[in-house]
Design a protein around this ligand. Structure first.
Ligand SMILES: [Zn+2]
Length: 142
């Protein structure tokens, strides 16, 4: 759980990250800020590409940056955009977030400063989780 003051900071950092979004095609800027278990905050923004499918969302960008800095215990994420409605993470981002905390707190925001607290457990109740599956057995060859 993040404290109320940590949530406020996360939202502010997500808004800052949004300012660095590289979105020349959609012009839809998104920023995300993740709170790691050790208190570190890692930001990410969406980065688009001329080959559209190579675009990465702010949330996954932030998670990958966190993991590459050795932060894999993640507590909460705030997501900011320029939209007047709350922007929940897409399905791909939900799955990636669940790898590091299936119960992660998610703070949705609107451009006019409203916030909504939810959780990944609510947004993605049945993530794919190889850790829960039986170990694959070697296939015997004849
Ligand atoms: Zn996404």
């Amino acid at each position: 759980m993040a404290t109320a003051s940590q949530r406020k900071i996360l939202v502010a950092r997500a808004v800052q990250a949004k300012a660095r979004a590289y979105a020349p095609y959609s012009r839809f800027r998104v920023g995300a800020a993740i709170l790691a278990e050790d208190g570190t905050i890692i930001e990410g923004c969406n980065v688009e590409n001329s080959s559209y499918s190579l675009t990465i969302c702010a949330e996954r960008n932030a998670v990958f940056q966190a993991a590459s800095k050795g932060r894999i215990r993640l507590r909460a994420i705030a997501i900011a955009s320029d939209d007047p409605e709350f922007l929940p993470p897409c399905g791909a981002c939900r799955q990636v977030l669940s790898e590091f905390n299936p119960a992660m707190e998610i703070i949705l925001t609107t451009v006019d400063g409203r916030t909504k607290l939810t959780s990944l457990a609510r947004l993605l109740p049945m993530p794919a989780d190889l850790k829960k599956l039986a170990r694959p057995r070697p296939v015997k060859r004849k």
